[in-house]
Ligand binder design. Structure first.
Ligand SMILES: Nc1ncnc2c1ncn2[C@@H]1O[C@H](COP(=O)(O)OP(=O)(O)O)[C@@H](O)[C@H]1O
Ligand SMILES: [Mg+2]
Length: 285
């Protein structure tokens, strides 16, 4: 048995006592033989371990919430700033006294599209939290690439960046969620734009390619900016890893989990110039 025992100096200790009764040949009781072990330190260590496990569980929950909040902030920031830009543009048009109806209509259409996309992103994050996975549909990846070039048109113009596409014809369809795959491409292209912003002497160009692998579809996003230092290449997919003063470091981490939840892989490939990211998506059966 384990019990609390007051020692000769008055201090209480935890003791583990083990004893076996002994008997004389005439079966009379001859006392116990056994051991008495002081287990005070072991019990304290067990209590501390329990406390540490509780603390760890709390910290893990907090970190998951922090990542979620950062993910929402990251994914919604881009459409929000596009909305503000187009809103300001529309106001200036109206205040000029001679607004151009076609341009005004285009700017307001983009505001509506970006607002719709931001709310689609949030409702996806919410349904991921509640159910785990989103319904998948059959998609053409070239269509998703074209959607993204339209969504980012203003961003590209403003940064004087040319986006070229080399899309393979007759690609098989993939199964997935269009908004999530758009998010991945937007993250990759926005990173490329931000990388090109830092340099003036380089080709201000981004290239998106699509191609067919034996059982998958391949998409590559390449820029001709400063590229990624090899010592950083292992870490950039981790949450909160950023080299930007205003970066959150969530874009690549979110993008990788989206691609992996689609059964594909997102990686960085060594390139002769700039940074080259690629992802694969399994062909829909
Ligand atoms: N196209 C690129 N060129 C150079 N560095 C890049 C590129 N894309 C990503 N990176 C590096 O990876 C880091 C992490 O990217 P990301 O997860 O999108 O977070 P953030 O953009 O908030 O920094 C960036 O801070 C940058 O150092
Ligand atoms: Mg980013």
């Amino acid at each position: 048995m384990e019990y609390h025992l007051r020692r000769h100096d008055g201090e209480f200790r935890w003791v583990l006592d083990i004893g076996v009764p002994r008997f004389n040949p005439d079966r009379s009781f001859a006392g116990y033989i056994g051991s008495c072990i002081d287990v005070t330190e072991r019990r304290q260590a067990e209590e501390q371990l329990g406390q540490a496990q509780e603390d760890l569980a709390r910290v893990t929950r907090l970190a998951a919430m922090g990542e979620l909040a950062a993910a929402i902030a990251h994914e919604v920031n881009q459409p929000l700033s596009a909305i503000v830009t187009n809103g300001n543009f529309s106001l200036r048009q109206l205040e000029s006294g001679d607004p151009n109806p076609a341009e005004l209509r285009a700017a307001i259409t983009e505001i509506v599209n970006d607002g719709t996309r931001a709310s689609a992103v949030i409702s996806r994050i919410r349904s991921l939290l509640m159910k785990g996975t989103l319904p998948r549909t059959e998609l053409e990846i070239n269509q998703i690439i074209q959607d993204v070039t339209i969504l980012l048109r203003n961003e590209l113009t403003r940064n004087h960046v040319l986006l070229r596409t080399e899309l393979a014809a007759d690609l098989p369809r993939v199964r997935g969620d269009a908004v999530e795959l758009q998010q991945v491409l937007i993250n990759l292209v926005m990173n490329a734009i931000e990388a090109l912003r830092t340099c003036t002497d380089k080709r201000r160009e981004i290239l998106i390619r699509s191609a067919k692998n034996p059982d998958s579809v391949l998409v590559q996003v390449q820029d001709f900016g400063p590229g990624i230092k090899p010592e950083l290449a292992d870490r950039i997919f981790e949450p909160f890893v950023t080299t930007k003063a205003e970066g959150i470091g969530m874009g690549l981490s979110i993008s990788r989990s989206i691609i992996e939840s689609h059964g594909g892989q997102l990686s960085i490939v060594p390139a002769s110039q700039g940074a080259l990211f690629q992802f694969t998506l399994p062909v829909s059966p």
